[in-house]
Design a protein around this ligand. Structure first.
Ligand SMILES: [Zn+2]
Length: 292
């Protein structure tokens, strides 16, 4: 059964930010429970300060957690600081589970890829994508791929890879691909080729941001149908080759008149579906049964 690594400790109800990310885990889990597809909510432990210091300057980690340095939302909220080790813990646990069980898992987390080695920003505080990659390497993965299809450039991820010289990570970021600005349909058509360049990797981290949606106030390229196609295009080939894959959520900023995020939840539902279907795949022979 599809494993989702969620704890109420990783969700923050009230956070003064344009971004709904801090409170999104709880909402997204609720929306997935309402779908009627079975999945398992898995418990996990928060990461430690020492874990976070693997990918960030120690004084930055201490500053954020001790409330002397602003988090990636630009505030010093104690609730956000308390949630952050759980957010990263969800991603690390989901990653290690995918690797150990050779399957696909979900971490309903957001807010990593703008977090640089020495500072956060853009609603991102700690870069749990790179932390998950490093933890996977400690667990035996030799090559880790990060496919980041959030609308924005993964500058924080790139900065940490460069600063720490993490050559075992291959990083593709949607926000850094000029083709998306020119021709989104062509970009989607060529996505299988991008995905194929990761086919000899030991673990894939898929950051499935939905601010790439055409109506997103901070994004705007892909239609609802194209987001749906994107998610299955990324996940299906890795599952067919039995490459462990972990999904995180990343950005999404569409709100209705009441300030709620039904469209964001609908769009995140596509990656849940793609993961749910691919998790069922037990052998290449069963592929046709699953995808018919
Ligand atoms: Zn974004």
């Amino acid at each position: 059964m599809l494993k989702v690594f969620y704890s109420k400790n990783q969700s923050v109800g009230a956070n003064a930010s344009f971004s709904p990310s801090a409170g999104k885990p709880e909402q997204v889990i609720k929306s997935w429970k309402e779908r009627g597809q079975e999945f398992e909510i898995c418990e996990f432990s928060p990461v430690t300060r020492e874990d976070l210091k693997i990918v960030h300057e120690p004084s930055y980690v201490d500053g954020v957690l001790d409330l002397t340095h602003a988090n990636g939302f630009g505030n010093k909220s104690p609730e956000v600081a308390a949630a952050l080790p759980w957010v990263a813990g969800s991603m690390v646990a989901a990653t290690l589970s995918a690797l150990k069980n050779n399957t696909v898992t979900i971490s309903p987390t957001s807010g990593a890829h703008h977090a640089h080695y020495r500072n956060g920003g853009g609603f991102c505080t700690f870069n749990f994508l790179v932390l998950a990659a490093l933890k996977a390497r400690q667990a035996g993965a030799k090559k880790v791929g990060i496919i980041d299809l959030d609308c924005h450039y993964g500058d924080g991820t790139q900065d940490i890879i460069k600063t720490l010289k993490l050559d075992f990570i291959k990083h593709y970021t949607f926000g850094g691909d000029p083709l998306i600005h020119e021709d989104p349909a062509l970009w989607l058509q060529q996505l299988p080729e991008v995905v194929n360049t990761f086919s000899d990797y030991d673990l894939i981290i898929y950051n499935a941001g939905v601010d790439s949606h055409i109506d997103d106030p901070l994004g705007g390229y892909l239609t609802t149908e194209q987001i749906q196609e994107r998610d299955s295009t990324v996940l299906n080939p890795f599952r067919k080759k039995f490459i462990p894959t972990v999904v995180s959520l990343a950005g999404g900023y569409q709100k209705d008149a009441s300030g709620n995020i039904p469209k964001v939840l609908e769009l995140h539902g596509f990656v849940f579906n793609a993961a749910w279907f691919t998790e069922k795949l037990k052998s290449p022979e069963e592929e046709e049964l699953v995808y018919e």
